[in-house]
Design a binder for this molecule. Structure first.
Ligand SMILES: Cc1ncc(COP(=O)(O)OP(=O)(O)O)c(N)n1
Ligand SMILES: Cc1ncsc1CCOP(=O)(O)O
Ligand SMILES: [Mg+2]
Length: 568
């Protein structure tokens, strides 16, 4: 075990590190807080604590000692809990909650349960010595910040955990004293209560009982009001945990969800509107894991609890209509992804380069000039044969842009035409558009990719082979090359001509759409440069600065079909 009480060297990734005692670290300007922004986030703790005797890792370089910011530690939660085969609660919920909250999560499994949305059909405890082995494997190697406990089904397992935590201290311990599943099945019997009270609770930084669990820990005390919850929190605090969160989800006659947090000095009443949903299985596990995640990131307990509670409420609200299983209590979606995928019958198709064939790019000024809404413009372009739409609304207020984008998206989805947003990655995310188009001075494509995820379509404007190469490296799906011809639509835009287009097409590993001054009269000439990855033309004024968008789109469509290039 690394000790903070002496100075030593440690080899990490073939580099030598100095282990600093808390005294050294504080003298260097590190605080006793767990994580300080911009500083290496390895724990510095007071000596004598049962917590982590952590250290600040300092890289030795050429005799001088430099702080190694490049090795910022990943926040790490270890969950010690039971497996839920239905994956709504237990280990599986903990993993999802930690993933959603952006921390690493390792697992020690204490029991296997056969479980679904109806209830718990069976449970089998993992032997104590194998729980001990799992704990040792993770804690001896993986720099765990916070241990979170869930189902601890035997006195022996609780004792094993407490013993191992004394041997391998961590920064914080979050105890969810799971005793009864949400379906009412008993997961830890009364014999465990005294071991909880005497051994586990005194080690905890926070415990998170619901009303039934708080009552069981307090020998059956009646808990029916918020005042009762406060009394329970105080009594539980006397058992040794630093903080107590009594969850009032089961409180009768309350339209709000009220939880009481008590830290021995102050009571905090955390109140939020109750979310009416069937899908609450695993709420307790997820809340405790989320608290653990925020503590692992370095938040103080009150902030951690508030953020965790808000996260779970958001996920519950998002998951209200999800249908999984036939029982009374369904799981919810921690990653806020399942609803749009499962319920949207017009979901996005994977990107197909042939969609670039007739690429219609809207322009708010032109539509205004011709007295049509952006939605009408998009409808007309699709009716005329546009194969992809980009909303390029440079003057729109964000709120109006978002509303229009949502309306356009409904139309596009109905017709199976992808809808991209120009420049505004935020708007694309907010309306769940199919992707974005960004230029060289917009948000870098690699950042947009991180924000949008792997499935969305990203296009990048490129005038040179180098830019085309970078777009590919950044994870773009296509490039827009131009202006091929002079244009009034974009000010100060350099024209690359057909030669520039050809050069970029030949260098590009990505499909290309040509843009700039293109219309019925010259589209054929553009396509005739005959490079296989030129898939189509992107057009603004030749479609939208005209009286009838549908007619102009149809004419261009015919020209492109006539050129017989790029459509496959
Ligand atoms: C398909 C397509 N290609 C290029 C552009 C131009 O994007 P950008 O360079 O960011 O300029 P603005 O359109 O934002 O003025 C485009 N929009 N679409
Ligand atoms: C946005 C853009 N990027 C390069 S040229 C251009 C304008 C294209 O508009 P138009 O089709 O009216 O020439
Ligand atoms: Mg742009």
């Amino acid at each position: 075990m690394a000790s903070a009480t002496f100075l030593s060297t440690l080899s990490l990734a073939n580099k030598n590190y100095l282990l600093l005692t808390p005294t050294h670290a504080c003298a260097k300007g590190y605080t006793n807080n767990f994580r300080v922004s911009n500083l290496p986030s390895i724990v510095v703790r007071k000596e004598g604590s049962v917590r982590s005797q952590g250290f600040v890792a300092m890289q030795e370089k050429g005799g001088s000692t430099l702080s190694d910011d490049s090795r910022t530690k990943t926040p790490h939660v270890l969950t010690v809990a039971g497996s839920d085969s239905g994956a709504g609660a237990g280990i599986q919920a903990d993993l999802k909650a930690c993933a959603a909250r952006g921390v690493y999560c390792s697992t020690v499994i204490t029991a296997l349960t056969a479980q679904n949305t109806v209830g718990v059909q069976g449970a089998s405890n993992v032997p104590e010595d194998f729980v001990a082995q799992q704990l040792k494997s993770v804690l001896s190697d993986m720099q765990v910040d916070v241990v979170k406990t869930g189902m601890l089904p035997s006195v022996g397992i609780v004792k094993t955990l407490c013993r191992t935590l004394r041997e391998y201290p961590v920064h914080a311990l979050v105890v969810d004293p799971v005793m009864v599943s949400t379906s009412g099945d008993v997961l830890a019997g009364p014999s465990i209560l005294s071991t909880f009270r005497e051994e586990l609770l005194p080690m905890a930084d926070i415990i998170t009982p619901n009303l039934k669990e708080a009552s069981a820990l307090l020998n059956g005390m009646q808990l029916e009001t918020v005042d009762d919850m406060r009394s329970a929190a105080r009594l539980l605090h006397n058992m040794g945990p630093k903080n107590v969160l009594v969850k009032g989800g089961d409180l009768p006659d309350s339209s709000d969800a009220v939880d009481i947090l008590y830290n021995g000095h102050n009571f905090y009443e955390l109140r939020s509107p109750r979310i009416r949903t069937r899908n609450t299985h695993g709420t307790g596990c997820s809340l405790a894991s989320s608290i653990a995640a925020e503590v692992a990131k370095g938040y103080p307990m009150l902030s951690a609890v508030k953020v965790a509670k808000r996260f779970v409420e958001t996920a519950l609200d998002y998951s209200k209509e999800i249908v999984i299983g036939n029982g009374p209590q369904g799981p919810f979606d921690h990653l806020l992804r399942l609803k749009s995928h499962s319920q949207d019958c017009h979901r996005q198709q994977p990107f197909d380069p042939s969609d670039l064939f007739l690429y219609a790019v809207t322009d708010s000024r032109m539509n205004k000039r011709w007295g049509r809404s952006i939605v009408d413009a998009v409808k007309a372009a699709i009716d005329g044969g546009a194969t992809i739409i980009q909303l390029r609304e440079k003057d729109a207020e964000t709120k109006d842009f978002l509303e229009s984008a949502k309306a356009c998206l409904r139309i596009c989805r109905l017709h199976g035409v992808p809808l991209l947003i120009n420049d505004r990655v935020d708007v694309a995310i907010a309306c769940d558009a199919d992707g974005v188009h960004v230029g060289q001075s917009d948000m870098p494509a690699c950042v947009a990719r991180t924000l949008l995820g792997p499935e969305k379509i990203i296009g990048v404007s490129c005038k040179t082979p180098e830019q085309a190469e970078q777009a590919w490296v950044d994870g773009a799906d296509y490039i827009g090359c131009g202006g091929v011809y002079p244009t009034n639509t974009k000010e100060n835009n350099i024209t690359v001509g057909l030669n520039g287009l050809k050069t970029v097409c030949m260098a590009s590993k990505l499909p290309v759409v040509a843009i700039g001054g293109i219309g019925v009269s010259n589209a054929r000439a553009v396509m005739e440069i005959r490079t296989p990855n030129l898939k189509g033309v992107a057009v603004v004024s030749a479609l939208f600065d005209r009286e009838c968008v549908q007619t102009e789109t149809r004419k261009l469509h015919e020209v492109l079909l006539g050129s017989n290039i790029g459509s496959t």
